[in-house]
Design a protein around this ligand. Structure first.
Ligand code: WQD
Length: 334
């Protein structure tokens, strides 16, 4: 049996897909989740997909005793840390909740890791740390900043982990900067299933496709982009999961801190995604152009050289594969 990996937020969208990859690759997995933005039934879906079992703790990272208990009861070799609140707009309305949950929660996790001699972590960061002043394609050594409390939590947790390494060079840290994860596992059993009205584009289009929402509101068509709508680097969630396994292997074998982009290096507009999804679901979907959304940037996509050089990893799925797999999950679960 390979190493034992603690996956925080492992019942969530990216966490559950990564847990599947870990189990399929022979790792022993422990999942901790408080179900603040995920559902308990995902755990059995992971077991159903992989045919393997894992230990689960329903716990909040803010409860240091509860997190320490996980390390007391399991020899954790490395942590993949997904758990955190992640809605940009909500973070503007509830900054204190976001700073407390994301930063204090991460500090409690790091304290528990230090206490138990676990010094290897893969952190779920985000392309949002590139802020609004960097030129595209984004490169890892560019300065980081943020335009909202959610983004600042990612910037700050990256800094905390860099400082932990400076205090103890035995640590190994991978800061994974995701672009826009969409799609779902081919089984259609797990996927992006946010509570309430979705903030993100793909699940919103999905709810339009199943008739739960009347139309897609396209936030602006006057950007300096090919068709005027926002351009993003959409990446299949399963490519993202495989990127995490490469990062995990790297931290298990090395020391130091590395920020790495996980994207495709290609940009797609809102209308590109909509039309791709229409092909997947076989129907035309209603949309209306609305004013720009506050905080949005025109274009965001990754320079992917470092992930290729350091991990030997690159994304493999096309946009049409992402929307087809996304629809396969949505039509069976929304
Ligand atoms: C994508 C594009 C919108 C919804 C955010 C976070 C980022 C990460 C991914 C967590 C934009 C447009 C969207 C809609 C629309 N989250 N859009 N109508 O904003 O690129 O990134 O989610 O890590 O950190 O910032 O993703 O899916 O919200 O928007 O027109 O109903 O779709 O304007 O151009 P975003 P998104």
């Amino acid at each position: 049996m390979k190493e034992t990996i603690l996956v925080t937020g492992g019942a969530g969208f990216i966490g559950s897909h990564t847990a599947v990859e870990l189990l399929d690759s022979g790792y022993s997995v422990v999942i901790v989740d408080n179900f603040s933005n995920s559902k308990p039934e995902v755990l059995d879906k992971i077991r159903q997909i992989t045919g393997k079992d894992f230990k689960f703790y329903e716990e909040d990272l803010l409860n240091l005793d509860g997190i320490s208990k996980i390390f007391d009861e399991n020899k954790i070799d490395a942590v993949i840390h997904f758990a955190g609140l992640k809605a940009v707009g909500e973070s503007v309305e509830k900054p204190v909740e976001y700073y407390h949950n994301n930063i204090t929660g991460s500090l409690m996790l790091i304290k528990a890791m230090k206490k138990h001699g676990c010094k290897k972590i893969v952190f779920s960061s985000s392309a949002t740390v590139y802020g609004v002043n960097n030129p595209v394609p984004f490169v890892e050594d560019m300065p980081t900043s943020a335009t909202n409390p959610y983004g600042y939590t990612k910037v700050m947790i990256e800094q905390i982990l860099r400082d932990v390494y400076v205090s103890d060079n035995e640590w190994s840290v991978s800061l994974l900067r995701y672009f826009n994860p969409i799609g779902a596992h081919k089984s259609g059993l797990i996927g992006e299933d946010p509570n309430g009205i979705p903030n993100n584009l793909l699940p919103y289009i999905g709810k339009v496709a199943v008739g739960q929402l009347p139309q897609l509101n396209v936030f602006g068509d006057d950007y300096d982009t090919p068709d005027g709508t926002g351009v993003r680097d959409y990446i299949h969630v399963c490519d993202l999961a495989s990127g995490h396994l490469c990062a995990l292997k790297y931290v298990l074998e090395n020391k130091g801190v590395e920020a790495v982009n996980l994207g495709t290096g290609k940009g797609s507009s809102v209308l590109d995604v909509l039309h791709s999804f229409e092909k997947a679901c076989g129907k035309e979907l209603p949309y209306e152009i609305k004013p720009r959304r506050a905080g949005d940037i025109a274009t965001c996509y990754a320079n992917t050289d470092k992930a290729k050089r350091l991990f030997g990893w690159e994304a493999k799925h096309s946009l049409d594969e992402m929307t087809a797999d996304g629809w396969n999950f949505i039509k069976n679960n929304f």
